[in-house]
Design a protein around this ligand. Structure first.
Ligand SMILES: [Zn+2]
Length: 507
């Protein structure tokens, strides 16, 4: 994020956007009855009327993660050589590995390890009727009014109806009595056209969530997979939302990747299933990703917060350096979606229970999370800086060492292959041989630049759990030194045993 982005944020905050800045401090002076500040749509802090408040928005630690992400090739601003594009990011060589590892772990936990969950990959562009049935078209294309003070958004027509007021300018925010920015047609869904003519008949949307792709394939899966209730359908894929105020690095982007599952149960069984999935999803963060327990918490929604069709909802929140934010939502969605699709498609979507001979529309529990937020949480959770260095070498004690203590299942590079020197051909070609041998089985990185101590530290910083050093002794005894990132212990392993050694350590 450069200077331009700061300036844009400043302007958008003044115009009623998100008060997030790429700066250490933001000073907000509230002139009116401002009750709360919303940061990227999330309630962030409360201020009392006529109070002067200083908020440290991007704490140092968060800023460190952002610059680390760029410096080491995890995340780049999208289209950067053209000045970037707000709300879009690209994932570099290490970022794509971390992202893939998160998705792999989720798929294993949600699909592979469960006999009653199947996978799906539906298209991004679907029949636009789907979004009518789901309520997205109606809810996102009406005139939206945003309060200048609390940034809550309302439907302008609804407010006017409620107040019996013809002139929108006279309407004040029902939350804080603040003024409104003049209403605008605001559509969270990205619109596109199918076919050569840009006309209404060809209008389509980039999906704003992956869930609807699951609901519209529910019947196909029932008919082809011999699944029995309770069962789940899981999907990972891109989703798009035209956020007015994207922000906080990759926390709120306009293009993102979702991991969602719809779990179908018999009506009456939904509360039990909700509790089950809430526990299971928490277990994934702590046991599979090894995210620190003290940085996770569950927040259940009050009844006013719930969507009209939802029976219950809970967020799993992570303690980012800038505060607690949602990384996953678990919702009890009743039969709302299937009922809507039954109505709009005219198809019978009831489930026939072969044992009880009953037919019914199942209820649904939906755990839904975003890959990018988990990516960010994993980096924040693992990133450490050690003043004076971890090692005893004179070179290291002079500086600050960065260490990414990320779980080995998430580490972008599993093994670094390091020839002790780069100018002795037999050592180099032996190291390349080892790289060839291990590279087909594990994500490896070959590095011969700089002193061996510096190369170890470079690997520590990107979270590589193991480093293999090929030295002069290797040429005599056919063994290499394997260094452990966390303990810094070193052991000598025969080259022919390396593959098995790492299969045991990494799986
Ligand atoms: Zn307001």
């Amino acid at each position: 994020m450069g200077k331009n982005e700061n300036w844009r944020n400043w302007e958008s905050a003044e115009a009623g956007g998100s008060p997030f800045f790429n700066a250490d401090f933001v000073i907000l002076i509230s002139f009116a009855k401002v009750e709360s500040i919303f940061a990227g749509g999330e309630k962030y802090a409360k201020i009392k009327p006529n109070q002067c408040l200083i908020i440290k928005t991007m704490e140092d630690n968060f800023e460190k993660i952002v610059s680390f992400g760029k410096r080491r090739g995890f995340v780049f601003p999208s289209s950067e050589i053209y000045g970037g594009l707000g709300g879009f990011y690209d994932f570099g060589p290490l970022g794509v590995e971390l992202k893939n590892n998160i998705k792999k772990s989720w798929w294993k936990f949600m699909v592979q390890e469960r006999e009653n969950v199947v996978g799906l990959d539906s298209s991004i562009i679907m029949n636009p009727k789907i979004w009518e049935a789901s309520g997205h078209t109606e809810n996102f294309t009406d005139p939206l009014a945003e309060c200048k003070c609390c940034h809550k958004r309302f439907r302008a027509d609804h407010l006017m109806e409620k107040e019996g007021e013809e002139d929108f300018e006279k309407i004040k925010c029902p939350e804080c009595e603040g003024e409104f920015i003049p209403p605008r047609q605001f559509n969270l869904m990205f619109k596109t056209f199918i076919g050569p003519v840009e006309e209404d008949a060809g209008k389509a949307y980039l999906r704003p969530e992956t869930a609807q792709g699951i609901f519209v394939n529910y019947k196909n899966i029932l008919d082809t997979q011999r699944v029995k209730i309770p069962f789940g359908i899981a999907q990972i894929g891109k989703a798009f939302r035209n956020e007015i105020t994207p922000g906080n690095f990759i926390f709120r982007t306009r293009e993102f990747e979702q991991m969602e599952m719809e779990y179908f149960v018999k009506p009456g069984e939904e509360d039990k299933a909700f509790d089950f999935w809430l526990n299971e999803r928490m277990r994934w963060y702590t046991d599979a990703l090894k995210i620190k327990k003290e940085n996770l918490r569950i927040r259940k929604h009050d009844s006013e917060e719930l969507a009209h069709y939802a029976k219950g909802c809970a967020d799993i929140e992570y303690k980012f350096p800038i505060g607690w934010f949602e990384i996953e939502g678990i919702a009890s969605r009743t039969d709302f979606d299937l009922k809507q699709h039954e109505k709009y498609s005219g198809q019978d979507l009831k489930y026939f229970d072969p044992e009880t001979k009953e037919s019914y529309l199942p209820y649904v529990i939906e755990p839904s999370c975003g890959v990018e937020r988990i990516f960010l949480a994993a980096l924040c959770d693992a990133y450490e800086e050690v003043e004076g260095g971890r090692t005893e070498t004179t070179e290291a004690v002079k500086e600050k060492e960065a260490l990414l203590k990320i779980d080995k299942s998430l580490a972008p590079i599993k093994i670094a292959i390091l020839p002790l020197v780069k100018n002795k051909e037999p050592v180099v070609s032996k190291a390349k041989e080892v790289y060839k041998e291990l590279g087909g089985n594990f994500q490896c990185q070959y590095d011969e630049t700089g002193t061996i101590g510096r190369r170890y530290r470079r690997q520590d910083e990107i979270g590589t759990p193991f480093a293999v050093t090929v030295d002069f002794e290797t040429l005599e005894d056919g063994a290499v030194t394997v260094r452990n990132r966390d303990t810094m212990e070193q052991e000598r392993i025969k080259i022919e045993e390396l593959k098995n050694y790492f299969f045991q350590k990494l799986n």
